[in-house]
Ligand binder design. Structure first.
Ligand SMILES: [Zn+2]
Length: 130
């Protein structure tokens, strides 16, 4: 049975599903060929969704569909498992800092133009310490 393409896309949007290579490399986003060893990587791997801020930029002028969030902060997040992921930071109180622990949350990403379709995806927020 063939898995519909949109299902696979949804998996990428709602969770950090990447791929695990036989060499041990964990890939995100999934790219089917391992950058470490050039072998095909086909095993799905779900990342834990935790990491730390590796670098960040303040976006003043948002691209179409993201205007309601501007200005906002986009960070390069280094996942605990290794890969770097680009994502918007949310629930920030003040400026983020390099090395700040963050975790993935599913949030409304944008409203899609004329049809008003709401697109959900992942963002990262500071880890709430208890
Ligand atoms: Zn590999």
């Amino acid at each position: 049975m063939e898995v519909p393409r949109h299902w696979r896309l949804n998996q990428q949007r709602y969770g950090l599903v990447g791929e695990l290579c036989d060499c041990g490399a964990r890939l995100f986003p999934p790219r089917d060929v391992c950058p470490e060893c050039q072998a095909p990587a086909k095993t799905p791997y779900t990342f834990g969704g935790r990491g730390e801020v590796y670098s960040f930029t303040r976006v003043q002028e948002a691209p179409a569909g993201y205007e309601e969030y501007a200005p906002y902060t986009v960070a390069l997040v280094k996942l605990e498992e290794g890969p770097l992921v680009t994502a918007q930071l949310t629930d920030l109180e003040g400026e983020p800092t390099i090395g700040m622990p963050v975790e993935m949350v599913t949030r409304k990403l944008r409203t899609d133009g004329s049809r008003g379709m709401i697109v959900y995806g992942y963002k990262f927020r500071p880890v709430v310490r208890t």
